[in-house]
Design a protein around this ligand. Structure first.
Ligand code: UGA
Length: 428
C-alpha cells in the first residue's frame, strides 16, 4: 500500500484484517515512525484497535523503504493524495513519482491498483508511464476507487455498498476481485468495467451526493421564505425509494477533503471532454454561497450585527466523528465572525488541536458548557451527538442570552421554545 494517508491506513489495516499480508509504505518517515510506534495520525473510530491487532498478528507492517516491500508484491495499491490544485484540477504530483518508484522496483506480473481518486484517463496514462519505465516487464493495472466516509471508514470498508473494479484484462479484474471475495460472497454487488468508467464512477458518486445536498440546502432556503419546514419536506422526499432517505440533512454546506475537491475536479473533466456539467457547476456554486448565508442568519439573530457580541460556537469539524477541519464550513463562518469583531469562543470534541493552528483571536473552551457560559448567542455548526444531547436547563442557566442558532437542525423548535430559548434553525 503506497501512501499512509487516510485511505491508505484504513484500507491497509482492513485488508490485513481480511488475512492479506500488507506493508504500508510512505516517503514521510515521521509518519511511518509514528505508525510503527502505534500512533495513528488520523482520528477514525475502530482504526487504532484494527491496526494494533493486525500488526501484532504480523500481517500489517509500516515501512519507508520501498525496495523492501515492492519487489515480490503481488499487488501494489496506490493510495496517495490527489488534492485540488490550481483551477480545481486534481494534483497528481504525488502519484506520478510514486508510480515511478513502483515501476522501478516491481517484479514481473505485479498488479498495480489505483485507489487514489484520479481524473478519468489517469490510470491509462499511468500504465504508459510504467510500460515506458520498464519495457521489459509484464504487469497488470486496475482502478479500484474507494467509497469510505470519514468517521465510519472501517465499517464502510468491511460492509461496502458496492465494489468497483476497472481494468483492461480479465487477469487484472480477477486479481482485484480476490481481495474482496469475502464481501462478494456475502452479497456485496461488484461492478467490473473499464478503467475510465471506474474512475468516473468515483467522481460521479461524490458529485451526485453534492448535488443532493445543494438541492436540499436550496430547498431549505425556500422553506424559510415560504413558511414551510425542511425536515418534513426531506422526510417525505426520502420515503420515495427513487430518492432515498440518506444524505438529505440541510446544513451549512458540504465540506471535507472529498466532496469539494471531487466536484471541482469532475467539473474540470466535463469541461475538458467538451461535455460541461451545469448541474455540478450549480451544486458547487450553491455550496460556495452557503457560509455567507449562514453568517447572515447569525448576524440577523443577534440584532443585525455581531460586533462585540459573545458568540459560543459548538463544532469545528466538517462533520461529526472526525477531527478533520479541511473545507469545514465552520471555519469560514468563524473567520467571518472574528472579522466582524465578534468575541468567539469555540469547542469541538475532536477538532481543537488542529483548530489551534488555524484560528487565532478565538478562545478555546474545555467543554460545551464552559463554551456557552456568558454567551450572547450559541451557534451549533457540527452535528456531534453530544451537541444534540445538551442539558438545556444547564445551558439556559449559563448563557447571557438564551439564543441558539442551530445550523444542523439538531433540535425540535417546540422543545427549544419550552426550554426558554430563542431558536433559529435551517429551513424551518
Ligand atoms: C465522502 C463520501 O460520502 C464517501 O462516499 C467518499 O468515499 C468520500 O467522500 C471520499 O471521496 O473519500 P466524507 O467526505 O467522509 O465522504 O463525508 P460525507 O459524509 O459525505 O459528508 C460530506 C459533507 O456533507 C459534510 O460536510 C457533511 O456535514 C455534509 N452533509 C452530509 C450534510 O450537510 N448533510 C447530509 O445529510 C450529509
Amino acid at each position: 500500500m503506497v501512501g499512509v494517508g487516510y485511505v491508505g491506513i484504513v484500507t491497509g489495516a482492513c485488508l490485513a484484517d481480511l488475512g492479506h499480508d500488507v506493508t504500508c509504505l510512505d516517503t514521510d518517515r515521521r509518519k511511518i515512525d509514528q505508525l510503527r510506534g502505534g500512533v495513528i495520525p488520523i482520528f477514525e473510530p475502530g482504526l487504532p484497535g484494527l491496526v494494533h491487532h493486525n500488526t501484532t498478528a504480523g500481517r500489517l507492517r509500516f515501512d519507508y523503504d520501498y525496495s523492501e516491500a515492492i519487489p515480490g508484491a503481488e499487488l501494489v495499491m496506490l493510495a496517495v493524495g490527489t488534492p485540488t490544485s490550481d483551477r480545481g484540477k486534481a494534483d497528481l504530483s504525488s502519484i506520478l513519482p510514486a508510480v515511478d518508484d513502483v515501476a522501478r522496483l516491481m517484479d514481473p506480473g505485479t498488479t498495480i491498483v489505483v485507489k487514489s481518486t484520479v481524473p478519468v484517463g489517469t490510470t491509462a496514462a499511468l500504465a504508459i508511464q510504467v510500460a515506458e519505465a520498464r519495457p521489459d516487464v509484464a504487469f497488470e493495472i486496475a482502478s479500484n476507487p474507494e467509497f469510505l466516509r470519514q468517521g465510519s471508514a472501517v465499517e464502510d470498508f468491511m460492509k461496502p455498498a458496492r465494489i468497483v473494479v476497472g481494468s483492461r484484462t480479465a487477469q487484472a479484474a480477477a486479481t482485484v476481485r480476490e481481495l474482496y471475495q469475502p464481501m462478494i460472497d456475502g452479497g456485496t454487488p461488484a461492478i467490473f468495467c473499464n478503467l475510465e468508467t471506474a474512475e468516473l464512477i468515483k467522481y460521479a458518486s461524490n458529485a451526485f451526493l453534492a448535488v443532493k445536498l445543494s438541492f436540499v440546502n436550496e430547498m431549505a432556503d425556500v422553506c424559510e421564505e415560504a413558511g414551510a419546514d425542511i425536515n418534513y419536506l426531506t422526510e417525505a422526499l426520502g420515503l420515495d425509494p427513487r430518492i432515498g432517505k440518506h444524505f438529505l440533512n440541510a446544513g451549512p454546506g458540504f465540506g471535507g477533503s472529498c466532496l469539494p475537491k471531487d466536484t471541482q475536479a469532475l467539473l474540470q473533466t466535463t469541461q475538458l471532454v467538451g461535455a460541461p456539467s451545469r448541474v455540478v457547476a450549480a451544486a458547487i456554486d450553491v455550496n460556495a454561497n452557503r457560509p455567507s448565508r449562514m453568517v447572515n442568519k447569525i448576524a440577523m439573530a443577534t440584532g443585525g450585527s455581531v460586533r462585540g457580541k459573545r458568540i459560543a460556537v459548538l463544532g469545528l469539524t466538517f462533520k461529526a466523528n472526525t477531527d478533520d477541519l479541511r473545507q469545514s464550513p465552520a471555519l469560514a463562518i468563524i473567520r467571518w465572525l472574528i472579522g466582524h469583531e465578534a468575541q468567539v469562543r469555540v469547542f469541538d470534541p475532536a477538532g481543537m488541536d488542529k483548530a489551534a493552528a488555524l484560528l487565532d483571536r478565538v478562545e478555546f473552551a474545555a467543554d460545551a458548557y464552559s463554551c456557552v457560559t456568558d454567551a450572547d448567542a450559541v451557534a451549533i455548526l457540527t452535528e456531534w451527538p453530544e451537541f444534540a444531547a445538551l442539558d438545556l436547563e444547564r445551558v439556559r442557566g449559563l448563557v447571557a442570552e438564551p439564543m441558539i442558532i442551530d445550523l444542523r437542525n439538531l433540535y425540535d423548535p417546540a422543545t427549544m421554545k419550552r426550554a426558554g430559548f430563542t431558536y433559529h434553525s435551517i429551513g424551518r
